[in-house]
Design a protein around this ligand. Structure first.
Ligand SMILES: Cc1cc2nc3c(=O)[nH]c(=O)nc-3n(C[C@H](O)[C@H](O)[C@H](O)COP(=O)(O)O)c2cc1C
Length: 376
């Protein structure tokens, strides 16, 4: 079915998802921290990035392909790690892994996903990335890396912008606990979203299954003090060294917005940096990621991933123009799932590709490499 007539843009998917995802889950997915100034700044600063169109290029088909960490991709974007993905939409981890494999784009799975590496193994494509929130216990660290590797994850992401839990006032007000429980007000909200609820009846109530396999304490905790936090530590430079020694594939550090950190991480021998402010979910007083990107770009020759606030193909072009090599998205894939279920991720990928093609036609750029020269 062609969804473009009814849902031509991400905003259409977001509006429909909101009507199909229970309110307390929506607040988890859609909120940031503090006054959400950084969340808004991510958007407004992207809009301020202007590109120069060029005319009279005749007919051409823009080439959206790129190379990243030695691999060729037809599309320059992928799926960022999202904790409790399967709570946002039932079966989300499987659906996103499957669609990423079909599209030949990276799928990243969170440490605090609702599925284990073994659960998603059958659905992984060749670009399966495992995101690590750093376990404190060295045995658990090793075991998680071994399990991810055995399941088919070939790239390791260490997320460093969650040194501590953030306040996430809106998420807290929403009432989500970990593991989630459908009681009282939350049960009533769920009852108003029958497609979601039927899906959850089939999958069972989502939990952080990988974390549960190591934790003794899995009773109900607040959504910002859950089992994941009991096991993890605040990583330091030695932790990066340790992972660099232990992991024999590409190692990406996620949550880098500062030039000095970028330069030092390159010296540590990591393979790529991921410029992200966690979509404004951690700290409400920093730069937008699109403002941070040129500083990081100037400080390192490492390949750069960009995320936080991408809402369409034009935003992807903007990030590439400012020095990103690859672009990831978290919430948009989940808006797509919420709106259209199984069909959502493919439709979103199509929206993004069409949007890139249209805007590259306007710019008169045939390849992504030409974009930086179009920056105004
Ligand atoms: C609901 C939610 C959960 C997230 N969980 C994780 C996580 O477990 N690990 C991680 O590294 N990043 C996590 N992130 C951050 C995303 O990986 C990504 O950086 C961010 O969503 C990008 O912004 P976007 O949603 O505007 O695309 C999460 C983001 C959201 C919205």
């Amino acid at each position: 079915m062609d969804h473009h007539a009814k849902y031509p843009g991400l905003s259409d998917l977001k509006a429909r998802a909101r009507k199909r995802i229970p309110h307390f889950v929506w607040e988890y997915l859609d909120s940031a921290t503090g006054h959400e100034a950084t969340l808004k700044r991510n958007r407004t600063k992207l809009d301020e990035v202007l590109l120069r169109p060029s005319i009279l290029h005749g007919e051409f088909t823009p080439d959206l392909s790129t190379t990243f960490l030695g691999r060729d991709y037809k599309l320059p974007f992928g799926v960022a790690p999202v904790g409790m993905s399967g709570l946002i939409w039932p079966g989300a981890e499987r659906l996103l892994a499957q669609e990423a494999a079909r599209q030949g784009i990276p799928y990243s799975m969170s440490t605090v996903a609702t599925q284990t590496p073994e659960d998603v193994a059958p659905y992984l494509g060749e670009d399966a990335w495992f995101q690590m929130y750093p376990p404190r216990d060295p045995d658990i660290r090793k075991d998680i890396m071994a399990r991810a590797r055995a399941a088919g994850f070939n790239t390791l992401i260490l997320t460093v912008d969650v040194p501590v839990a953030s306040r996430r006032e809106r998420q807290t007000r929403g009432g989500l606990t970990q593991p989630p429980r459908l009681t009282g007000r939350l049960a009533m909200q769920a009852a108003l979203r029958p497609t979601w609820l039927n899906g959850i009846r089939k999958t069972g109530m989502p939990r952080m299954k990988l974390m549960d396999s190591y934790a003794e304490q899995t009773t109900s905790l607040s959504s910002t003090e859950h089992v994941g936090y009991l096991l993890r530590t605040s990583p330091d430079w030695d932790y990066v060294k340790y992972l660099r020694d232990e992991w024999d594939g590409p190692l990406i550090i996620k949550g880098v917005c500062n030039a000095d950190d970028a330069a030092r991480l390159q010296d540590e021998g990591v393979d790529a940096l991921w410029v992200s402010n966690h979509a404004g979910r951690q700290f409400d007083g920093g730069l937008s990621t699109i403002e941070a990107l040129p500083h990081v770009r100037a400080a390192t020759t490492l390949p750069l991933i960009f995320d936080s606030g991408i809402e369409g193909g034009l935003d992807i072009l903007r990030a590439i123009a400012l020095g990103a090599d690859f672009v990831m998205m978290g919430r948009p894939w989940h808006y797509a799932l919420g709106a259209l279920g199984d069909a959502g991720p493919a439709h979103l990928a199509d929206i993004l590709a069409k949007d890139m093609v249209s805007n590259m036609g306007q710019l008169g750029t045939k390849t992504l490499k030409e974009l930086p020269a179009r920056l105004l």
